[in-house]
Structures are given as structure tokens and as C-alpha cells.
Ligand binder design. Structure first.
Ligand SMILES: Cc1cc2nc3c(=O)[nH]c(=O)nc-3n(C[C@H](O)[C@H](O)[C@H](O)COP(=O)(O)OP(=O)(O)OC[C@H]3O[C@@H](n4cnc5c(N)ncnc54)[C@H](O)[C@@H]3O)c2cc1C
Length: 299
């Protein structure tokens, strides 16, 4: 198989900033696991195209065309795994932090940073207002900045026109004006906003791929409503975490492997049942509420 990974940044996503936690005592820094996976992938011939933003995914019955700011690529199958925040890299900017955890944790983060004048940035006004009311007694000033769908699409158009991402990471957050950031101590990216409305899919045109609140609808194998397009990770569910994201990516990859497998080579292989040629042939279809004619959406 020839596999290409396209990422608008350096690849690895938010997992680089967290822990891959199996239990309280058994956890690994995400950055180490991601580095190891990346090295292994490259050693077996996976190509990684960094700093290349995807702006459109156009499926057809025979191929999928992926348009990036650097040109088009065609593939037999595509797995979309763009997460939920519009630009994960932006959280490495010294004036951007991410609003994770409960009120106490947020206040603790703010007291450590010493920020008094803060922008709350996200894409769901109700969530931003709730966050503002949680923090109002702990800050001197709060400005809400709520990105719109239009701003996301405009940002994608600008990125295509200039064929590159802006140098300043904060500019990757559509609708957050540079002047607003410079006149405040910092901006909190409201993670909860993106749980309400996925912030990564608004800037990607995906005809035939159904979404709900920006989340891509998939069946239990990660198959979307468009031919040859799968999705995995946070982009298809607000219930997040590195392990669930990796697990769903593995399932989607195995499902594609099954589709690419030579039927004459026999079907006695993971992930479905031995001696069953495909998911469609298995009783698991019934259990998942699908019928062989199409995709029943469960999430
Ligand atoms: C600060 C922080 C700490 C966390 N800590 C933990 C933790 O300790 N343990 C845990 O289990 N979970 C943690 N989480 C949640 C976890 O990070 C996510 O659930 C997980 O990373 C989701 O993985 P993903 O691959 O679906 O998306 P992401 O990790 O968001 O990756 C998406 C990737 O897609 C790329 N991308 C997006 N749009 C485009 C585009 N248009 N074109 C090309 N590439 C694109 C991005 O650059 C990124 O690399 C944390 C989250 C945050 C924000």
C-alpha cells in the first residue's frame, strides 16, 4: 500500500500535548508516542506531507480527490482525522491557552499566567458566555470573540490564495483579529465550544459527507456517507481522548484494508470473523443496526 499523511501542521495533533493514559499509573507522554509512531511510519514508507492544509475532499465511485493548498492528490481511500479544534498548533503560541478542565482548574491556570485582560475565543456563543460568567470575578476584563462559519471559510480561501499558512500561529484561528490579541494579555481557546460544534470541518468542502454540528457521521467502521471516505478520531465524536481516537483510526484502517484485500486470497483475517468476506456478510451488521444496502448512522 502507498500511504500519504497530510497535515496542516507538523502531524501528531493534540496528542503531543497530553498523556496517553491507560490507568493512573500507566501513562505515556503523547509526544513520545507520536514521535515513535511517526518514525516507524516513515521507516515503512508512509509519506508525510507537513504544513499542507486540506481544503476539499471530493469523493467519486472510483477515487477520492484531496485538494490541499499545494495541489491535488488522488487516493483510493481517505480517512479524515482533523480533530475538533481549528488549529491545534496555535496552542503553542505564548498568548493562547486552551480552556480545559473545570472552573477551579481554569482559574488556577489563569493565576499562574497572570493574565488579567483576556479574550475568550471559540465558535459557540452560549459556551463562551458560560465561560465568561465562570471567570468574570477573577479577571479585570473579558472580551468574547466567537468565530463564524463564514470566517472559517474566508480563512480557507485566504490560505488557498496564498498557498501557505500564516507565520504567526495565532492567525490560524479564524476571526481572532491580531489587534484584539495584542491589546489583551492572552486568549483562551474554549475547548468546550468545539465539543458543541466541531471547529475543524467548517473550512473543508466535502460533498456527500454528512455532518452534524460539524461532526462527520460514520458507521461503526468509520465509514462516512460518501464513497471511499472514512473518518476517525475526534472529528466524528465529541467524546474524546487519545486512546479512542487511535482505536477508531485503527478500525477505519482495518476496514479499508479489508476493502483492498484480494478476495481470492481468502477472508480468514482480522478484524471481522474468520471465513466471512466482509462486514456486510457478517451478523455484526444486524447488531449495529445497519443493513447491507447502505450506511446507518449511529453517532
Ligand atoms: C491541551 C489538551 C490536552 C489533552 N490531553 C489529553 C490527555 O492527556 N489524554 C487524552 O487521552 N486526551 C487528551 N486530550 C484530548 C486529545 O488530545 C484528543 O481527543 C485527540 O488528540 C484527538 O485526536 P485526533 O487525531 O482526532 O485530533 P487532533 O489531535 O486534533 O489532530 C487533528 C490533526 O488534523 C490536522 N488538521 C486539522 N485540519 C486540517 C486540515 N484542514 N488539513 C490538514 N490537516 C488538518 C491538525 O493539524 C492535527 O494534526 C487533550 C486535549 C487538549 C486540547
Amino acid at each position: 500500500m502507498r500511504v500519504l499523511l497530510v497535515d496542516r501542521a507538523s502531524a501528531g495533533g493534540l496528542a503531543r500535548f497530553g498523556y496517553i493514559t491507560f490507568s493512573q499509573r500507566w501513562a505515556f507522554p503523547g509526544s513520545r508516542v507520536i514521535t515513535a509512531l511517526r518514525e516507524e511510519a516513515e521507516s515503512i514508507g508512509v509519506e508525510i506531507k507537513r504544513n499542507s492544509r486540506v481544503v476539499a475532499i471530493r469523493p467519486s465511485e472510483s477515487l477520492v480527490t484531496v485538494e490541499t493548498v499545494h495541489g491535488s492528490i488522488s487516493a483510493k481511500y481517505v480517512i479524515v482525522a482533523t480533530g475538533i479544534v481549528p488549529a491545534p498548533e496555535a496552542i503553542t503560541h505564548n498568548k493562547i491557552s486552551i480552556g480545559l478542565g473545570d472552573a477551579a482548574r481554569l482559574k488556577w491556570d489563569l493565576s499562574r499566567s497572570g493574565w488579567r485582560k483576556v479574550v475568550l475565543y471559540g465558535n459557540d456563543r452560549a459556551s463562551l458566555e458560560a465561560l465568561a460568567s465562570t471567570l468574570k470575578n477573577d479577571l479585570d476584563s473579558i472580551t468574547i470573540c466567537c468565530a463564524t462559519e463564514q470566517q472559517l471559510q474566508d480563512a480557507a480561501r485566504v490560505a488557498i490564495a496564498r498557498r501557505a499558512e500564516p507565520d504567526d500561529l495565532a492567525e490560524r484561528l479564524p476571526g481572532l483579529p491580531a489587534e484584539l490579541l495584542s491589546s489583551h494579555d492572552g486568549a483562551i481557546l474554549d475547548y468546550n465550544s468545539y465539543k458543541v460544534w466541531n471547529g475543524s470541518t467548517g473550512a473543508i468542502s466535502m460533498p456527500g459527507v454528512e455532518t452534524d454540528h460539524g461532526y462527520i457521521k460514520v458507521n461503526p467502521l468509520g465509514r462516512t456517507t460518501a464513497p471511499r471516505v472514512y473518518a476517525a478520531g475526534n472529528v466524528c465524536t465529541p467524546a474524546s481522548g487519545i486512546l479512542p481516537a487511535m482505536s477508531s483510526a485503527l478500525t477505519a484502517a482495518l476496514a479499508i484494508g479489508q476493502e483492498l484485500a484480494d478476495p481470492s486470497a481468502g477472508a480468514d483475517r482480522f478484524p471481522w470473523f474468520p471465513r466471512l468476506a466482509s462486514w456486510e456478510d457478517s451478523w455484526l451488521m444486524e447488531m449495529s443496526g445497519e443493513d447491507a444496502s447502505g450506511v446507518e448512522i449511529l453517532s
